[in-house]
Design a protein around this ligand. Sequence first.
Ligand SMILES: Nc1ncnc2c1ncn2[C@@H]1O[C@H](COP(=O)(O)OP(=O)(O)O)[C@@H](O)[C@H]1O
Ligand SMILES: [Mg+2]
Length: 628
Amino acid sequence: MPTTPAPAPDAAEQRSTVRALLRLWPYVRPVRARLGTAAVIAILASCVGLVIPLVLKWMVDGPVADGDPAGVWLGALYLLLLGVAEALLFGLRRWLVARPLAGVEAGMRADLYRHLQRLPVAFHDRWASGQLLSRGTTDLMLLRMFLAFPLTFLLVNGVTILIGVGIMLVQDWTLGLVILGPAVPVMITCGIFEKKYSAVARRAQDQVGDLTTVVEESVLGIRIIKGFGRHRSQARAFHELSHTLRGTELRKARLLAAIWAVIVTLPEVAIGAALVVGAVQVSDGALSAGTLVAFLSTALALRWPVESIGFLLAMSQEAATATDRYFEVMDAEVESGLAAGSRAAGAARTGGGSTSQAVQAPGEARLPAPAAGLRFEHVRFRYPDAAPDSPPLLTDVTLHIRPGESMALVGATGSGKTTLTALVPRLHEVTGGRITLDGEDITALPREELRARVAVAFEEPTLFSATVGANVLMGAGPDAGDEELDRALAVAQADFVHGLPEGTRTQVGEQGLSLSGGQRQRLALARAVVGRPRFLVLDDPLSALDVHTEAAVEAALRDVLADTTALIVAHRPSTVLLADRVALLSEGRIAAVGTHHELLRTSPEYAHLMSGLDGHVNAEGFQEGDGR
Ligand SMILES: Nc1ncnc2c1ncn2[C@@H]1O[C@H](COP(=O)(O)OP(=O)(O)O)[C@@H](O)[C@H]1O
Ligand SMILES: [Mg+2]
């Protein structure tokens, strides 16, 4: 399984939290008015809370000192009204932000998904799917929570603290200074905390991604795990990862506990000190009792804004990390030549990473190119993540498949046949030379159109959680109907479909695991031919079929292939005989081209491959077991 390129550990520490979070602006912009209003309302609510101590002061120095019960009742009524107003305002704020923020989250998730569909296969080869999954779920949830709370409340609490401290200084500046004493140590602690917490938060979120990968792999590979009795070792691997994650989460909790201790204790001590100093002043007559009450209740009202700073900072850190992780994916380069407006359509076709189906998209109005077939000209290719000193996988592939011709591609396992077929729909980019369709360089064609012209079926047939019919019709334009579907199923000899409980409307399970390998291959083949593509690229599409079904598919394919230019990777002489000519791929180049019988005579390597010595087939075309 590919691993995710993790950033250098210190990169996470050096980046600024604010700069990371600023990247969210394009998503927040549309809801900025609501968020702004909500923040203003929250500040208002906090200020209402700060008025309460002033009413208290008026009560203590006025009606209470004068023994006036009516005044006390009036004061109590004021306090009640203020309390209700504060609660209502906070409620209004919540209501204001809930809906737009759910929208922001959904928008970001949709963007991520769309982007993932447009990223090249090479990207998906490199990234573990669990990492992508966790970015689309956990990280986006963290971001929504950040926008709902810390973003507003860091501002609101900051303003509240400033106003509160102002009020306290006005009441009595010596007491105010006593209260302000812990400010500097608290700020220093916050700074240290932020740095440490950001590194741990990043680690935790990456570990969630790794954990997701293990879960995903074991769900997809449940048959292998059970079949080989690996559930214990798999459970152990999961346990180890979750144990590591638990350790990281505990470290986060310890950091939070430490900052919490400082943030709670120091102000508490300061309030105690202010109480003592204030009480002395009141007994000296230097300060009114009402002022002291007001002062202390203001200080107490500020306790929550100060104490919450710890976890607000923590949430902001996690959100910054989540933003980084989100944009790591969003910053990856998409395939060039996919028009932004048509991305959804293009995305559907590259879905699944390993399967690509052509859709007869209307494309731009182009002059029909003169039929010139499919041409490989000195094609070189190496995988981007291959060892730097290794030779390219394909060194110099030159091959011409004439219009309407079908060419079989034969080569030893690992010789690069699958890779060569993936180059035609540009699932990978050639690193040298060029490939032309009817004389047009495939890199000059819009990807949309390229993939509409070329239909592909791979040896590993990927099906989606949809009906059988929908899976096949993915390969056709939007207006293809039952007629095309039935024709394609007939060509692929997929009559078994009509015997399924609900015919073509039967749902296939995730990845088509409820079907046999041969059945899946036939559906993938039907998908490849349903759109009547001009170019057909089949990577060993019949490998899982029994000899009789294979013969029937071949007979039906002959009709399709008559007017289609096709490149067919084949292992068995029976499949090879279907083709007009055969090309032998060996050591990164086309070593020989000719008919099956010519090559049997002239190429010892070909004769050897076809002789069944490598376990696949014998020269008469009879299967010697599945061979894999
Ligand atoms: N995504 C990839 N990244 C790096 N190397 C790859 C990748 N896919 C295949 N390879 C390597 O390329 C070689 C040819 O693979 P492939 O084209 O599948 O061969 P074939 O289909 O002829 O059996 C193999 O050695 C394989 O390890
Ligand atoms: Mg292969």
